[in-house]
Design a protein around this ligand. Structure first.
Ligand SMILES: *[C@@H]1O[C@H](CO)[C@@H](O)[C@H](O)[C@H]1NC(C)=O
Length: 332
């Protein structure tokens, strides 16, 4: 093989290795199922079963929700009320924008600058839920999630989140004891992930939203937490759609805009996008290589004008070795 080609292949491998290392956590999200941490339906007592009172209560009986102010819009009053009705013995905390900011300023002042600096309000609504779970413990529920049965059985686990399809976890219903190491990691990593991407949806997802929490989850799992620190996972069947499920989901992601369609399309076609990405990267590398190395050689080589034009095509020179006799190998 020509030395130039070897250099090109090595460069490609190094660059690819770097890229894969960079997106490794994202790639792991595609294969990690969380099955080993599943809260299985078999271990959950049925609604109204006498077995529920025999379970330990680790998570404090607090329900947290968030909204701009105290005036919850009519379309969310139904779901909100369903949770209040099923949990008369729980404390209820509605985190308005004003209360959230006061809470961060008082309890986590190191985060206030990041919190105030978020360009999208949903980033504040996302992040505040990790802080209140870390501080008070309890169960956070999105306003568009209604309750289908008492959440008491879920108080028996130190911390849980819910699994989403096709990959990752969501931040719309989560429970935790105060100061659980998973939520500690979730609040501690927020400043580091506070980056802006081109699409607002990616910025929100990746800096504070479900994608952010899923990446934290992968890192947390990789660190092999002790059994008592495990983050348990509620799977879709236990989340909604069945009589024994805990929640009812009401569509209402008011902040989603057109980026969502792009992201969902990308999620569905990720194999193709990965291949195109790597092909484009490969082509780009080759262009750089041919521009800076081959062209210089080509112009230095009298009478080899054709070669200039073709040098951008990978391996062209090997194929056309008749045209360019092997005795010019030493020049590369
Ligand atoms: C609460 O926020 C909503 C949405 O921005 C607004 O329409 C409403 O007037 C606010 N209510 C109060 C009491 O400020």
């Amino acid at each position: 093989m020509r030395r130039g080609v070897v250099v090109f292949l090595i460069t490609t491998v190094v660059v690819l290795g770097f890229a894969v290392h960079h997106v490794w956590t994202l790639l792991m999200l595609l294969v990690v199922t969380g099955r080993e941490d599943q809260i299985s339906r078999a271990e959950l007592p049925a609604p109204n079963s006498g077995a529920i009172i025999e379970q330990p209560q680790l998570i404090p009986k607090i329900i947290h929700q968030t909204y701009i102010n105290d005036t919850v819009p009519d379309h969310w009053k139904g779901p909100q009320q369903s949770c209040l009705d099923l949990h008369p013995d729980y404390e209820y905390k509605l985190w308005t924008d004003k209360k959230s900011r006061e809470f961060i300023a008082a309890e986590y002042p190191w985060f206030l600058e990041t919190f105030d600096g978020y360009p999208y309000p949903i980033q504040r609504a996302d992040s505040i839920r990790y802080f209140v779970l870390h501080h008070f413990g309890g169960i956070y529920i999105d306003l568009d999630d209604g309750c289908n049965r008492s959440l008491d059985p879920l108080l028996a686990y130190p911390a849980w989140v819910r699994r989403t399809n096709p990959t990752g976890i969501s931040n719309d219903a989560m429970g935790s004891v105060p100061r659980h190491p998973f939520f500690l990691k979730a609040i501690d990593s927020l400043p580091e992930y506070n980056r802006r991407w081109i699409l607002p949806y990616i910025t929100v997802m990746g800096s504070t939203g479900p994608l952010y929490l899923s990446l934290i989850w992968i890192h947390y799992k990789n660190a092999k937490p002790q059994d008592m620190d495990r983050l348990r996972i509620l799977f879709p069947d236990e989340y909604n759609n069945h009589p024994w499920s805990f929640f009812t989901h009401h569509l209402g992601n008011s902040w989603h805009n057109n980026d969502v369609k792009v992201i969902f399309w990308m999620a569905q076609h990720w194999v193709m996008i990965t291949i195109i990405g790597f092909t484009m990267g490969f082509a780009l590398l080759w262009c750089c290589y041919s521009t800076f190395v081959l062209q210089r050689q080509a112009s230095a080589n009298a009478g080899a004008k054709n070669r200039y034009a073709y040098s951008r095509i990978p391996f062209y020179r090997r194929i056309s070795s008749k045209e360019f006799p092997l005795d010019d190998r030493h020049e590369v």
